[in-house]
Write a protein that binds this ligand. Sequence first.
Ligand code: GAL
Length: 646
Amino acid sequence: MRLGVCYYPEHWPEARWAEDARQMSELGLSLVRIGEFAWSRFEPEPGQYDWAWFDRAIETLHNAGLKLILGTPTATPPKWLVDRDPSMLAIDKHGQARGFGSRRHYCFSSQNYRQECQRIVTAMAERYGQHPAVAMWQTDNEFGCHDTIESYSEHARQAFRHWLRQRYGAIAVLNTAWGNVFWSQEYRSFEEVDPPVGTVTEPNPSHVVDFQRFSSDQVASFNAEQVDILRHLSPGREITHNFMGAFTAFDHHKVGADLDLASWDSYPLGFLDMSPFPDDQKRRYLRQGHPDFQAFHHDIYRGCSPKWGVMEQQPGPVNWAPNNPAPLDGMVRLWSLEALAHGADLVSWFRWRQCPFAQEQMHAGLLRVDAEPAPAFAEATQVVQDVELISGHVTKQAPIALLWSYDGQWMHHAQPQAEGLDLLRQTFETYAVLRRLGLDIDIVSPEADISGYDLIIIPGLPFISEASLKRLDASGAQILCLCRTGSKTEDFQIPPNLAPGALQDYLPLKVTRVESLRSGCVETVEIDGESRQVERWREALETRLPARARFSDGAPFWVQEKSWHYLAGWPSGELLGHVIASLALEAGLDVVLTHEDVRLRSLGSLRFAFNYGPEPVNLAHMAPANAEFVLGGMELAPAGVAAWRI
Ligand code: GAL
């Protein structure tokens, strides 16, 4: 359990560095991330490096006993580089080049920019790769932030054609896969194919999904080029990249496969304000963040790499959401401990000191602009003490797996068939239901090892490979498939045998009709003597399987064949909770209905409780009466954290 902070020595007078380093070390931090935006200082003139100041910054931090995470500066190509080759700029969907003057203005497909990146990363790694203070590298910064994965540049067009040729081999194969006979979309050669942009009405969804797959692969290979250099020149150091929240434009499983530690940047209040949560939740959790949002991402990124952590933890008000409230006292500590309870190897606050200039001058740090402690400083101090009480406990495989794939999300997005329906939302809602039942969850790729689970939930993955289906069947788990699972082929077509496609080998049923329902329109399901609701989506099934629950008109809703279950509609939270609780109880799992503001999580032999609510909560129904507390107690204050021995 390592604690750290993000620091920008280039923003402060050199005379201050030693004091900063001393304070960081005295606070109990062990890691400091530096360098990720400093290209214009590393190389002020083309080919002329200035490392002297960075050498001194590194020595100062090292002398204070701190270890370093060095960020490669490739998210911020300097002005001279852009002017020398403006074709390295990404082009947005309106055909506009991304301008210089903020960050992330590059196109992943520019070979020239890739070479420049390899050059600066090599120079950095040659200089610092073996330095004893360097513990970790971070590649670039937040791939995709500010909507920067897709580019419609000439470089991207050529690279996309190349990618398609590799995938399909012959243009006739592509035409069939995409169904290009429809609306005379057929191509005579790969040279005729453009990115799907600027079309009069919706572009072909197979084209859209392939462009997303291509754009994602560009990110993965861009990252891999840096990783190769760093592994070679800086052996034994960990490599990370900092992912984001609610971001799905590239395949994090693929990028994560090249990393040692998948990290992410957690800004609970900014995310709540920007996300489509209902207004009453935005008001209730204004200063706490949504109770499931952080944990959901912890669990996603735990499934992306051998280790994971939080690289940037919100310390106070941020600058970038429409509204930027201050956290409730105690929340900075709660968010940090919650990450550790989900198995984080690292929690690092962003940033050390609030910066008085430029875009992020209104973003809080652990220190204020005048270098006095901001409120988060005391909470960070408390976390250092808490870690002493909880360290040594490591995360175990959860009893429940939720299957999640980026490719599935792109398919949902390409043709949602209903307002606001997407796989990320369905996965999140399923996750939230599981959490209210007090269950621990792993979120894993369908390609990952899925053995050892009691219950596996597939919240609507449109395509699952036959190999994964075989492994699921052999896993011995109960498997719950939500509607739309198996509804497409890999090329994004309706399966010839209808949905759920290849899944019919295990679940003998056919989806013969689907409909989407506008918000507020519901269908009723009768289950165990109670009426519950289906919303957004309903399917008609043709099957000989007996129904465990039916719609009020008698049509099957929940059918089962051996360990496989299928739901023919999107269940309300209550209905999904009912189905999952039945399956969890049948699998012998402990189900505890939590208070609406409290979430539970086990770490090794500790059980944690987190209060996201603005009022105190008594843990009586969630913890044993004789619980031996390591942190907190039975009365959980707002923003309170408790942990007891299991
Ligand atoms: C992150 C980014 C940081 C900083 C921070 C502000 O998205 O990685 O560089 O901009 O947000 O909250």
